[in-house]
Structure formats: structure tokens, C-alpha cells
Design a protein around this ligand. Structure first.
Ligand code: ARG
Length: 245
């Protein structure tokens, strides 16, 4: 009987030592992205892999910091909510560092500067933001493009789960314009010769890597690795690879 008790105690002790090690201490961090935002994050249709500027950048950061990454593809809304709730260790998804978002999540140092731009059909009379009054404009719901257009008086905002759906709507004349981040707009304009960007870039926004609030240890590692990656010229290489024609 005594032996059995000891055995039981020993089992409980060993399990107690091992179990915490099983959850999350595998060394892998869970990194989320909404892979519908080319060329920053999208699914390569031939390989089924998540690729893009952000994917290369985060992999370079992880290598520098000695982190192993498990990529998770998730829609934009649950992505931001998941970071806020701590479902993911980090998210890289062209996320604009925004004051309001800082209430729910922490951001790394910025790694890229973008802005909102209007895209219209090549035969459109729209030449700038003023011409959007009375028009309908497609955006990805919950993005800074959505914020920007929603703040314009007299403009009809149509929110889509993915920016690709907004561009389909534009090509089918269901909306008059799309507003999204500059690199995404350039990509679509390059791909479809029926589209053009119009007017000035409407905002200046910095992209950051989002983490749940209080991720101080991981934040330190990521910022340090990001600085290394920047000083090695890797960001410039990624701009060259993914953004410059
Ligand atoms: N930069 C914009 C924002 O933070 C849009 C980002 C959308 N990213 C994406 N992967 N869908 O709101």
C-alpha cells in the first residue's frame, strides 16, 4: 500500500514537471496572418503556402531570434481579436500601428510605411477623395482603409471580408472605387490593366508586429531581431523582391 502511494506521488510529481512543458514550451510561437493581402501575405495558389513580404520578414526575424514559427492563416477580424485575447503569440499582417489598437495589443517597432490610396477603373472620372461623395467605395472591413472612407461625408462604404472581393466588385461596377494600402493597390493595378490608382496617398501609416498586451519578453526579442534584420539590409531586399517591378 505504501509503495503504491509513493508510486502515485512520484507519478503526480513527474507529470507536474512535464505537463507545463507540453503546452507552448515546444519553442514554437503561434504567428497569425490574414493571407488575403498580396504582396504582403497571400496564399500561393500553386503551392498552397502562405507567402509574401511579411512572411519572409517574420521568418528572418525568427531566425535571428532563434524562434520557431507555426503559421496560422486567419481572417482579419478574428486575427485582431485573437491577438487581443492572447490566442496567438504574434501577428504580422500589414497591421497599422494605431493608437486605438494599442488599448488591446502591443506593437513592435515599425517595419514599413504605407498609406491609403484610391483605386478606380481606368475609364473612371474620379480624380481624388472629393469625387467619392455620392459614390460607393469598397474596403476590407475593419481596416484603416475602412476607417478612412467611413470618416468621409456622403460616401457609401461597402465592407468586404477580403480586399479581393472589393476588387471583384469594382471590376463588376458594383462599387465605384476601392480604398486600401498602397502596396496592395499597386499590385492590383499592375495585375489588371482596367484599374488605376487616383489622387494623392491619403494617409501615412506604419506597419508593426502585434502581440498580446504584456508580451514583454517576446517583444524584446522581436524588436532586437528586427533591428538586426534592418541593419543587415534585409528589408531593402524584401522591398526589391516583393514590391519593386
Ligand atoms: N494596414 C491596414 C490596417 O491595419 C490593413 C491591413 C490588412 N491586412 C490584411 N492582411 N488583410 O488596417
Amino acid at each position: 500500500m505504501k509503495r503504491l502511494l509513493w508510486l502515485l506521488l512520484a507519478t503526480v510529481l513527474v507529470a507536474g514537471l512535464l505537463l507545463p512543458g507540453c503546452s507552448g514550451d515546444s519553442g514554437k510561437i503561434r504567428v497569425a496572418t490574414d493571407a488575403t493581402w498580396p504582396p504582403f501575405e497571400y496564399v500561393d495558389t500553386t503551392t498552397g503556402e502562405i507567402v509574401g513580404f511579411d512572411v519572409d520578414l517574420f521568418n528572418a526575424i525568427a531566425e535571428e531570434a532563434g524562434l520557431e514559427v507555426e503559421w496560422i492563416n486567419v481572417e482579419w477580424d478574428p486575427l485582431l481579436a485573437g491577438v487581443a485575447q492572447g490566442t496567438y503569440d504574434a501577428a504580422i499582417s500589414s497591421i497599422t500601428i494605431k493608437e486605438e489598437r494599442k488599448a488591446d495589443m502591443d506593437f513592435s517597432d515599425p517595419y514599413y510605411i504605407a498609406g491609403q490610396i484610391i483605386v478606380a477603373k481606368t475609364d473612371s472620372a474620379i480624380t481624388g477623395a472629393d469625387d467619392l461623395v455620392g459614390k460607393s467605395v469598397g474596403v476590407q472591413s475593419g481596416t484603416t482603409g475602412d476607417d478612412e472612407v467611413s470618416a468621409m461625408n456622403g460616401v457609401n462604404v461597402t465592407g468586404y471580408d477580403e480586399i479581393g472581393m472589393a476588387f471583384v466588385a469594382l471590376m463588376n461596377n458594383q462599387v465605384d472605387a476601392v480604398v486600401c494600402d498602397t502596396p496592395v493597390a499597386s499590385g492590383y493595378v499592375k495585375k489588371y490593366d482596367t484599374l488605376k490608382t487616383v489622387g494623392e496617398v491619403l494617409t501615412t501609416e506604419e506597419y508593426g508586429i502585434a502581440m498580446p498586451k504584456g508580451s514583454d519578453e517576446l517583444m524584446g526579442k522581436i524588436n532586437q531581431a528586427l533591428a538586426e534584420v534592418k541593419s543587415k539590409g534585409i528589408i531593402d531586399q524584401l522591398v526589391e523582391k516583393w514590391l519593386v517591378d
